[in-house]
Design a protein around this ligand. Structure first.
Ligand SMILES: [Zn+2]
Length: 444
């Protein structure tokens, strides 16, 4: 490590081979070696000894709705990337919708990149969108560097991002398979949703009944069938229904190119505890029962579910009314995802290594950034979070960096305080103090 300019030392460094005391050598923003704890520090290098705090790879959150430009009052690149940095996330991939324009043409992608460029406190990549009428835009978007394409199989919640029917799905997926791209899917079947009781109002039980598990199960089965037929790569977004797990496991065993994510809110919050009228807990698909949650955890442990992402999708507070039918659907939790997951994971006997695998290594692999992100290993970007895992804090929404401080985690006491976050060898936030934005825009 003679040419290292920075050495980070901790008694607990999480590497792909396990957790150990180590000194991590960094040269010009890249990890060059993971050395013994007491390795000599070269003359020109700065030593950062974080003691017994854990050094882990910065998280990679591949499901974030930044909403910028167009609905910047809901969130924005400045606030979202600061919240990410404060939460130990060093890479996020922005969803193509809720911004205006949505990321559905190369022109729109350029607009979004222009807006993001000077505001990104962490690295930012982009998903494209697959709409009924933009099949011709998919390959140019792929060539311009989006990480894949998002499609809805039921209404998305915003008019400018219509969903695909089965025929349109087949057409888009065939096009994407033609260049071996990735289709990521909001899988709820519109006919099952339409057939479910739609009472509206403030009762959470009514909302839950309006988004039944079989809407997810049916949509996932149809998606699997299409992926199987076309040998296409597909990814199920925000899985909530544990009833879909057997068919997912079967498809994967058959060699269908299928990956699956779930979210901290499905793993840490339960339908039984959502107060009536509390639409900060509203998302689609919904937070389900505790028994369902136990099965999601089991699937995460056995690998049927690959990864955990936030699906951070905030709005202004006025859209979070007490009527679950009309309130904006989306959970705001970007800054809290690591402590929320760690708190629940440790209670279930999992280690921080597991959380890192689900929220950093596997998400990096999903978007093809493994080799560069998601691990403390030579050749990777020197992106780190420094975490005090045994320290607790109580969530005060007013203290969050999100533009709108409405969150389902308010008042919860969580384990895991992020002391600092590092991007390519630079400390970008420590104890609430941020540097100027240093994030880069990433392409596939
Ligand atoms: Zn989403």
């Amino acid at each position: 490590m003679s040419d290292a300019d920075l050495v980070l030392r901790s008694t607990r460094v999480i590497t792909p081979e396990g957790t150990r005391a180590a000194s991590v050598a960094v040269t010009a923003g890249t990890i060059t070696a993971v050395l013994p704890y007491d390795a000599d520090v070269p003359a020109g290098a700065r030593l950062e000894d974080v003691g017994d705090d854990v050094l882990l790879p910065g998280l990679v959150d591949t499901h974030v709705h930044v909403n910028d430009p167009g609905r910047t009052e809901w969130e924005g690149f400045w606030t979202a990337t600061r919240a990410a940095a404060a939460g130990g996330i060093t890479t996020l991939v922005d969803m193509p919708l809720n911004s205006v324009p949505p990321t559905t043409t190369v022109d729109h992608l350029r607009t979004k990149q222009r807006v993001a460029r000077d505001k990104a406190h962490v690295d930012v990549g982009f998903w494209g969108g697959a709409l009924p009428d933009n099949v011709k835009d998919l390959r140019p978007l792929h060539d311009a560097g989006v990480f894949g394409f998002k499609a809805f199989l039921s209404p998305s919640g915003v008019d400018e991002f219509p969903h695909l029917d089965q025929e349109q799905l087949a057409r888009s997926l065939a096009e994407i398979a033609g260049f071996d791209g990735l289709l990521i899917v909001h899988a709820e079947d519109p006919h099952h949703l339409a057939a479910a009781p739609q009472h509206g109002g403030p009762r959470y039980a009514d909302f839950l009944a309006s988004r039944p598990r079989d809407a997810e199960d049916t949509a996932i089965a149809a998606l699997v069938a299409q992926a199987r037929r076309l040998n296409a790569r597909v990814h199920v977004l925000h899985l909530s229904s544990s009833d879909a797990l057997p068919l997912i496991a079967r498809a994967r065993a058959d060699g269908v190119r299928l990956t699956v994510e779930t979210c901290p809110h499905y793993l840490t919050l339960t339908a039984e505890e959502v107060p009536d009228g509390a639409s900060e807990f509203k998302c689609c698909p919904p937070i389900r029962e505790a028994a369902n949650q136990d099965l999601l955890w089991r699937a995460l442990a056995d690998g049927t579910i690959d990864c955990v992402v936030t699906d951070h999708s905030p709005s202004t507070a006025d859209l979070k009314t007490d009527d679950f039918a009309t309130a904006w659907g989306g959970i705001s939790g970007l800054q809290l995802s690591l402590p929320a997951m760690w708190t629940a994971a440790r209670a279930r006997g999992h280690g921080l290594e597991d959380v890192v695998r689900w929220m950093s290594a596997r998400t990096a692999a999903l978007v093809g950034l493994d080799g560069r992100k998601g691990a403390i290993a030579p050749g990777h970007d020197a992106d780190f979070a420094v975490l005090a895992p045994d320290e607790t804090f109580t969530v005060d929404p007013a203290a969050l960096q999100h533009r709108n401080r409405v969150t389902a985690y308010a008042g919860r006491t969580l384990y895991g305080v992020v002391r600092s976050t590092w991007l390519r060898g630079e400390r970008i936030v420590a104890d609430g103090d941020f540097t100027e934005p240093r994030g880069r825009l990433l392409t596939r």
